[in-house]
Design a binder for this molecule. Sequence first.
Ligand SMILES: [Zn+2]
Length: 339
Amino acid sequence: MKKNSSFAFCPICLNKHEILQVEVQQEDVFQHQKITYHAQYDYCEIHEVQWANEKQLKNNSIRLKDAYRKSIGLLTSEEIKAIREKYKISQEALAVVLGWGKKTITRYETVSIQDKVHDDVLRKIDIDPLWFFDFVLRSKAEIDQKHMNKYLLSLKKYQREANLKFSEKSLYLEYYDIDINDQVGNIRLDPDRLTFVINYLATKVPDLSKNKAIKLLLFADFLHFCTYDQGITGLAYHFNQNTILPKGHEEIFHLERIHIKEIMENDYSKYVIEPDSGVKFDLLDITEINVLDSVIAKSQKSDIEELIAKIRVRTGPSKDKSVDLLSYRIACDLELNTR
Ligand SMILES: [Zn+2]
């Protein structure tokens, strides 16, 4: 029970005195279902009586309905409000854009409970900004330029975020069914750690291309594995034609804090990794940093190409093996060392 107090008129004593505001766990039946929620009341300590003022009645009703919504898997009024505010759109404008009655969203945020179909639409616009964009375009005629610009700005922002989240999820999907074994260096892939490692490399190697980053990752992972029986990133590698690639390589370079910059070189454009200035490297331990530094030092020489050529020879012709994941153990057999 949370308590607050204020000096006010007490409708029980019909006098002015200190009145407590209390929050109690309450159980009510709503839509034939027992619902537990936190209700707020004013409380007279003299007569030990509680009652709800007008504002509390309203809030308690919303709390009861939100608890009910939660229990049957619908968005709460707060969650609906959060989705709307994300797109910086008013209650009425959102209702119009979605083609619903003008007051629909206002009611969902205050007194009524949405049906499942409306709930699904709200959830979908929450996770899919482009889908919401189609709705906005459809009602273009009813939106003035100032508001349109505001919506477009927030749509762009959330589309970017949605893409980033999508990349991380896709990366998880790529790895979800891979056992923790020597094909992933005995550790589970963690996108955050991977982000740190790539940014560390990009900080130390100017104009680091994706291609070179992949080779450095492979070298560092294998080298660390040979000494500590564990890789650094948890990536799984395989040959695709004659190129060595980590599984999910497309997603890796779309992760939130991996920045790819296009630079021009002799009329050709080249994509390089620009280090994220905010990334700290505290997720990496000293043995990992040492291995990364040693790999970077070797990256100027032909060591990496030699290593890849050796692995290539070891794994044999690529045709039927192109999808096979390499065992990190290969590198130890090849007497890979830190010389
Ligand atoms: Zn009283």
